[in-house]
Write a protein that binds this ligand. Structure first.
Ligand code: NAD
Length: 291
């Protein structure tokens, strides 16, 4: 398929995980990509991988917490490809402590450290994409990576989850205010099948697999969804980055042209459909003892 033929695209956090997966596949489908990341070498590596396969890409350092760097990434797309069609505001990072710090013990600095990326960084990406898309009068498309944590809490991830929840509102705000320019804004909220680099140090090698695929490979194990997958949906392969990328691709492509302001949980494995009350799967009313 060539759903991104002739499209100029900026990806934030494109050096690893979901951003990298999308940059690679959108380039294969004809997109011209500005791959950006906080870690310049990661962005350069992904751009080189695309160019080596005959695709069009430029690698650039852009820290989404710095408005000038986000603006420069947008300028790079316009300068190199003549326009900007798609902004993928995807960069994110885990909160300090990776779940080990009590919410009441987070410092202001730790709060800002994560929310400047996952919340304010999305605003900067949207703002600068909007400005050039509005000017072009041909509309545009902004896709945001949120998280299951924006809908429900991961214990110990309070500041991150709050910022992600804020992004659900921000997506609606951008969609509402910029719809008149033909700009649509949607988001995906990945649950499973995401990148283990998220929990690793910045200098770790890019894994390019999901947590679940990575764990299997490390253990030399085979996939058994009944023992290894904590959701109601049992599938005979592990969830992967591609499962989330498929939803991002739907939102970034013309297949979703008439959607705006929507956040789709991706790769949820049925977890969004159930409560956490531990009712056994073979529960029957007849077995219940009424006190
Ligand atoms: N991995 C998960 O468990 C998980 C689950 C749900 C949602 N998410 C979200 O998915 C998105 C993509 O994360 P991923 O899973 O691919 O993780 P990842 O760590 O593999 O990739 C994220 C990339 O963002 C970059 N980055 C971090 N801070 C940045 C900044 N200030 N400016 C620019 N780039 C920056 C990192 O260097 C990294 O290359 C993020 O928004 C994340 O919050 C991740």
């Amino acid at each position: 398929m060539s759903r991104f033929e002739g499209k100029s695209i900026v990806v934030t956090g494109g050096g690893s995980g979901l951003g990298r997966e999308c940059a690679l596949s959108w380039a294969e489908e004809g997109g011209s990509i500005v791959v950006t990341d906080l870690i310049e070498q990661r962005a350069l590596d992904v751009a080189a991988q695309i160019s080596d396969k005959g695709g069009k890409a430029i690698g650039l350092k852009a820290d989404v917490t710095k408005e000038s760097e986000v603006a420069a990434a947008v300028d790079k797309a316009v300068g190199s490809y003549g326009k900007l069609d798609i902004m993928f505001a995807n960069a994110g990072k885990a909160p300090a402590g990776m779940g080990s710090i009590a919410l009441e013990d987070f410092t202001e600095e730790q709060w800002d450290d994560v929310n400047d990326v996952v919340y304010k960084g999305v605003f900067f990406a949207g703002k600068h994409a909007c400005r050039v898309m509005k000017e072009s009068r041909t509309g545009g498309n902004i896709v945001v990576t949120i998280s299951a944590g924006g809908h429900n809490q991961y214990p110990g991830f309070g500041p991150y989850c709050a910022g992600k929840a804020g992004c659900i509102g921000l997506v609606k705000a951008m969609a509402t205010d910029w719809g008149k320019y033909g700009i649509r804004v949607n988001a995906l909220s990945p649950t499973h099948g995401m990148s283990p680099n998220f929990g690793m140090p910045q200098d770790a090698a890019v894994v390019g697999q999901s947590y679940e695929e990575y764990a299997l490979a490390q253990e030399g194990a085979t996939w058994d969804p009944y023992t290894r997958f904590p959701g109601p949906l049992k599938v005979n392969r592990p969830p992967s980055l591609r499962d989330n990328a498929a939803v991002a691709t739907f939102l970034a492509s013309d297949d979703s042209t008439y959607m705006s302001g929507i956040t789709i949980p991706s790769c949820d494995g049925g977890n969004f459909a159930r409560t956490s009350i531990p009712i056994p799967e073979n529960w029957s009313l007849d077995d219940q003892i009424i006190l």
